[in-house]
Ligand binder design. Structure first.
Ligand code: HEC
Length: 121
C-alpha cells in the first residue's frame, strides 16, 4: 500500500510539471543535416562520395545516405582518414569537423530542408 502511494505521488509530480526548465546550456543535440552536415558534405565529401558506379566510396549525397552511414562518417573524420589530404589541402576546419561529427553522433537529425544554406534553391 505504501508503494501505491509513492507511485501516485510520482505521477502527480510528473503531471504537474508543465514547464521544463533547463539549467545552463540548451539541449546538446542541435546539429542537423540541412543546417550543418549537408553544406560540409557537399563541399568536402560529395565530390567523391556520390552515386557513381565507378566510385568505390559510399554515396553521401542525401539525408538518407548520410544518416545511414553516420557512424562511419564520424569515425573517418575523427581518425583523420577522411577527407583524404591531397597536395595543399588542409582537410576539414576544426569547426566543420566538430559540426559534422556532432551531427553524426548526436542523433543525425534532419532539420529543415527549407533553410538549406548549402543547397541550390
Ligand atoms: C578525394 C575523394 C574523397 C573525398 C574528398 C572524401 N572521400 Fe571518403 N572515401 C573515398 C574513397 C575512394 C573511399 C573508399 C576507399 C577507401 O576506403 O579508401 C572513401 C571511404 C570513406 C569512408 C569509409 C566507407 C567507404 O566508403 O569505404 C567514409 C566513412 C568516408 N570515406 C567518409 C568521407 C567523408 C565524411 C568525407 C568528407 C569530410 C570524405 N569521405 C571525403 C574518397 C573520398
Amino acid at each position: 500500500m505504501e508503494r501505491a502511494g509513492l507511485v501516485l505521488a510520482a505521477a502527480v509530480v510528473v503531471g504537474g510539471c508543465g514547464t521544463q526548465v533547463y539549467e545552463g546550456d540548451p539541449p546538446a543535440a542541435s546539429y542537423t543535416y540541412y543546417q550543418d552536415a549537408k553544406p560540409i558534405l557537399d563541399a568536402s565529401c560529395v565530390e567523391c562520395h556520390r552515386a557513381d558506379p565507378s566510385s568505390e566510396a559510399i554515396p553521401l549525397e542525401t539525408y538518407a545516405q548520410a544518416y545511414l552511414f553516420r557512424d562511419v562518417v564520424a569515425e573517418s573524420v575523427l581518425d583523420g582518414s577522411m577527407p583524404p589530404r591531397r597536395d595543399h589541402e588542409p582537410g576539414l576546419s576544426d569547426d566543420d569537423a566538430r559540426a559534422l561529427v556532432g551531427w553524426a553522433t548526436e542523433g543525425g537529425l534532419m532539420g529543415d530542408p527549407g533553410v538549406d544554406v548549402g543547397g541550390t534553391e
